[in-house]
Design a protein around this ligand. Sequence first.
Ligand SMILES: Nc1ncnc2c1ncn2[C@@H]1O[C@H](COP(=O)(O)OP(=O)(O)O)[C@@H](O)[C@H]1O
Ligand code: SF4
Ligand SMILES: [Mg+2]
Length: 353
Amino acid sequence: MSDEAAAVVETPVSDRPVLEVRDIEVNFAGRIGVFGAMLGKKAADAKAVAGVDLTLHEGEVLALAGESGCGKTTLARVIMGLIKPQRGSVLYLGEPIKDLRAYRRRVQMVFQDPTAALNPRQTIYEIIAEALRIHRIHEGPNGESEEQLVARALSRAGLRPPDRFYLLYPHELSGGQRQRVVIASTMVLDPQIIVADEPVSNLDASVRGEILSLLMKLREELRISLLIVTHDLGLAWTVADRVAIMYLGRIVEIGPAEEVLQRPLHPYTKALLAVVPEAGGVDRPILAGEPPDPTRIPPGCRFHVRCPEVTTGRAAAAGVEPKCTGEDLGLTELRPGHFAACHLAAMGGPAEG
Ligand SMILES: Nc1ncnc2c1ncn2[C@@H]1O[C@H](COP(=O)(O)OP(=O)(O)O)[C@@H](O)[C@H]1O
Ligand code: SF4
Ligand SMILES: [Mg+2]
């Protein structure tokens, strides 16, 4: 696409990084039972995040996808300042985070379970107003009162008319409405970034689309950047500008959504896509082997014990198998803006296609 053509496309995405994750590593100390300790055993640490770099741009929706246990939530918690990583740093607008309180106002998190996120003893009004009080906000930028700010946040989150919800308690709302309240409690702080960890997986299928559309509407109207953590590639397909695929603590593929999802380079991405209906997949898992265990990371390419290219002998036929089993590797840009960590794909091997 020429620069002129790009300029007329209506997209709020810019090249300006708002959040940069640099070489993050998180190890959880191994837990071992009393008997194990008596036998002098030592539990292995879980390398939950093993060297991750990620950039989120202004107005961008970035999906972080991968199977359960691959480290997505841990990475999200590092970004929120809830976990201190053993290595690496998080930059906000190009700078390390100095003022955590100010940062936590501009970078908001939406969790998977809205019921757990809301205090059952507070009314909806109190829940939203408390978000303001925690940040010592007494009025809006244009002199708005607390009530005006609460009303606007509820309306923006699709709870209209807002005053109908003021005196209700969370248990009086549906699951979808509760997640709207959570979103309103973030919107009231006028965030720049929302990190949403599986924001619809606890909701009925019938309201998932509504909540996703709401998040998309907010990013368009307010230029919010969104990092959406999901185990569901179909969801990433629907909403994301870019997709990052995570496996055992690493990002193994990242690029524009249509590139990663329609022309995947990494065998792991292809295996995940094979069960996504949006990608013409069938409902039949093709990934063999044990679920990944971050206390026992395989040498070489960490996916090699489950990689279909290895198990079918295609990697051996291409002469790349010794590298697969012996040489660890990082991401390489194999197409413009499209990176993968695969020896075979780097050779232009059968992973293309
Ligand atoms: N607080 C913790 N203590 C020990 N291990 C943890 C802790 N939190 C997560 N883990 C482990 O780290 C790995 C990554 O977990 P998580 O980040 O929750 O993955 P995901 O969100 O992708 O499902 C898992 O193996 C999990 O068991
Ligand atoms: S490097 Fe080898 S084992 Fe790893 S994904 Fe590529 S082909 Fe499979
Ligand atoms: Mg998780």
